[in-house]
Design a protein around this ligand. Sequence first.
Ligand code: ZN
Ligand code: ZN
Length: 239
Amino acid sequence: MDTIGITKLFKKLGQAILDLVFPIACLVCSVDGTYLCQKCHDKLARLAKQKCLVCQKPSPFGKTHPECRTKNSVDGAIAALDYKNRDVQKIIETFKYNFVSDLAVPLSELLVEAIKSQNLSEYFQDFIIVPIPLHTRRHNWRGFNQALLLSQTLSEHLNIPLQDQLVRRHKFTKPQTTLNAEARKKNIENAFELSGNPENKKILLVDDVVTSGSTANELAKLLKRGKAAEVWILTSAHG
Ligand SMILES: [Zn+2]
Ligand SMILES: [Zn+2]
């Protein structure tokens, strides 16, 4: 057997083991054959109102309120789902921690739906998509960057170019979910560095979920220091 054959065999074995541990069934209603069936997909809790990522209060089109804006903040944030909903949490966590990369497709399609319902797809046409990077150590452990998977499908659906070499995560940080808002800010401080030139670029950062916004705002600060023209964050869910 050649190397490609062996790789294929291992992939098949990996999938078989994954199916055993984690059978393919709808995470909401348990129907067989899909991680998210059409019925549950349609009923899944959408984010009722887009929110300003600085004060977390509703804002039209998810734009950061003029009075909340600083040179360190994102210009806007769009999310598809409400992270306070338990089914949404379960889906995002399964995607992220149980390595169910298949969920990238429905999760990014839901995000496309949110962008279109806000009439923003035209506005984003001259942007580039930049997945929020993982530290190499975490990337190696998880085997994929969930933000990159979402970005790939988004890029295809919205016809916006993807650039995943613009920023790098050089500080290994604790998972943000274990920390309160103030500690999150400290934890993520200076975690990223530029690995490309963002000058005059309009950037759509992509991640699976946003809560306090400290990661997105930390990246916005870095990109704006590098003279990026505009920075938004797109996520499957908002907490
Ligand atoms: Zn279902
Ligand atoms: Zn605000």
